[in-house]
Ligand binder design. Structure first.
Ligand code: FE
Ligand code: FE
Length: 187
């Protein structure tokens, strides 16, 4: 497996400056959340670093990679192939960066849509991706940032709630996995 420093060096080369800064933001935010909830700090850092490692590929490239590596693509992903950066990212984390840890690979795989029954590390990466310090678009960020360190599940449902409302207001089609995650955690 690559050392964290080497991962950073490769990513700095591949990603845009903005995406790289975001990546570092997710790395240390995930580390802080891992400290707060006694999760594995190193795993959180690695998952944070690599979560967007396939983000620089355009949609058609992501689709062709899925075909090549035999990764399943659903109907929704076919229409919105950018979503596939998560699955392809997990694939690259394993094949290129040598990460074989299932928890890390799962957190990378589910970082955009979430999923029902998320692990602690899944939640940490999902939340860190939403609230890392370089983010400034979401309207409720200060609440989310406080909540993240107080009640991780409530933080998660709050994010899902806002995401679903936002998607609905914009008339966007809602990814079935995002919706399933929302339905699962709403209860
Ligand atoms: Fe992403
Ligand atoms: Fe991200």
């Amino acid at each position: 497996m690559y050392q964290i420093d080497d991962m950073r060096a490769v990513l700095k080369n591949k990603l845009s400056e903005k995406r790289y800064e975001h990546t570092l933001g997710v790395e240390y935010t995930a580390a802080a959340l891992a400290m707060c909830y006694s999760a594995d700090i190193e795993k959180a850092r690695i998952a944070g670093l690599l979560h967007d490692c396939a983000k620089y590929f355009p949609g058609d490239k992501l689709l062709s990679k899925c075909k090549k590596y035999d990764l399943p693509v659903n109907k929704y992903e076919k229409n919105f192939p950018e979503l596939l950066h998560a699955k392809v990212g997990a694939y690259l984390a394993s094949s290129k960066y040598g990460v074989k840890d299932e928890e890390i690979l799962s957190a990378i795989t589910w970082h955009t849509t979430g999923r029902p029954e998320m692990t602690l590390l899944d939640k940490i990466i999902y939340i860190a991706d939403y609230m890392e310090p370089n983010r400034d678009k979401a309207p409720n960020l200060s609440t989310i940032r406080q909540l993240a360190f107080q009640n991780i599940d409530l933080c998660l449902t709050t994010i899902l709630d806002h995401t679903l409302t936002y998607l609905k207001e914009n008339g966007s089609v809602i990814d079935p996995t995002t919706f399933a995650t929302y339905e699962y955690y709403r209860r």
